[in-house]
Design a protein around this ligand. Structure first.
Ligand code: TXA
Ligand code: MG
Length: 325
């Protein structure tokens, strides 16, 4: 493992390099947002298409104002939800390289709450671009080990912040249209945002944008995919109706107590959580998918969450994309 100290990471960043840093959502692959060459290195290492823009991480509103135009709604949201897992899409200022925004005239900005990431932002005294620290279209990393597994020999230095608190990427909210619109579901829900703003906000709909250029290029339906293909069921009882399992099957239940004591042999069964609570499942989601890959089975089986809450909705969004081919 290429673990590095805050001082080492800072030196690498300021020298135009890339480091993997912990955030409260998932690990990020960070570089100086204003350094064109460093940004290119991030795209290259991830294998990310140059059409898919990066999120820029800032310490606070003042830093955000240096790189984007904040309207009154943006300011209110920053005051309420930053630092935290809310990314805002705003009109960009010229200082942000086009490479970061994939040529768009908007920029994605968030202020992470992880204290180690904030320490680096404070010392660097400039914004950092950071996509999730995984290869393009693969499962996001929530521990240093997963970052390493993702990049292997090419792995950059990693600042160890333990396992990510939340485990799901930030909510992405577009503030450039007439009505705010959620482009990616995440830890901060539509309901929470509407309650705070006291206005209705939109949920990105593929149908609505079918005839226009894709609004958020990172929203392709295939994403977050483990190596092993996924068979996704509508609920746990649909899994339990399967009559024949083979040793090539891995079944992931929402919680340990839902694993039946018989009936599944010779398949292997594991669980996303102990309690079955959506928050715990979100926290363990990517670590479990990464662990599941290491069983090297032919197919993994799992079900959508049934609790109907906001976090479950975000988890189901990721499961649906992970299973889409
Ligand atoms: O929680 C997170 O947001 C993590 C941590 C590391 O901060 N970062 C993350 O970055 O998930 P990434 O690059 O994996 O996802 C960024 C998403 C993509 O879906 C991308 O298309 C969208 O944000 N995005 C970035 N800039 C955009 C823009 N100007 N307009 C619309 N969508 C944008
Ligand atoms: Mg990502």
């Amino acid at each position: 493992m290429r673990e590095a100290s805050i001082t080492d990471c800072l030196a690498d960043l300021l020298g135009g390099g890339i480091v993997a840093l912990p955030t409260e959502t998932v690990y990020g692959l960070a570089c100086l947002a204003l350094d064109d060459n460093a940004v290119q290195k991030v795209f290259d290492l991830k294998g990310r298409p140059s059409t898919n823009p990066l999120i820029v991480h800032v310490l606070n509103i003042e830093q955000a104002e240096n790189i984007a135009e904040l309207n009154s709604i943006a300011k209110l949201l920053c005051q309420e939800f930053w630092p935290g897992p809310l990314t805002l899409i705003l009109p960009k200022k010229a200082v942000i390289p086009e490479k970061v925004t994939a040529g768009l005239n908007t920029v994605a900005i968030r202020s992470p709450s992880n204290p180690l990431f904030r320490k680096i932002l404070e010392k660097a005294d400039q914004p950092l671009a950071a996509p999730s620290a995984n290869r393009f279209s693969k499962v996001s990393a929530t521990t240093p080990r997963e970052v390493m597994d993702s990049f292997g020999e090419d792995c950059p230095p990693i600042l160890d912040g333990g396992k990510s608190n939340i485990g799901l990427e930030s909510t992405v909210l577009d503030l450039t249209g007439d009505t705010p619109e959620i482009l990616r579901l995440g830890p901060i829900s539509k309901r929470e945002l509407e309650k705070f703003l006291e206005i209705e906000i939109l949920n990105y709909s593929k149908t609505k944008h079918a005839n226009t250029a894709q609004k958020s290029p990172g929203l392709s339906s295939k994403h977050y995919s483990p190596e092993t293909p996924i068979c996704l069921y509508k609920d746990v009882s649909a899994i339990l109706q399967v009559e024949h399992w083979t040793a090539d099957d891995l079944i992931i239940f929402p919680s340990e107590n839902l694993i039946p004591s018989s009936k599944l042999e010779p398949a292997t069964a594991i669980a996303f959580s102990v309690t079955g609570e959506a928050k715990e499942i979100a926290h363990n989601l990517y670590a479990t998918l990464n662990k599941a890959d290491r069983f090297e089975k032919k197919l993994m089986h799992m079900a959508l969450l049934e609790d109907g809450g906001d976090v479950a909705g975000a988890v189901n969004d990721r499961l649906t994309r992970a299973s889409s081919s």
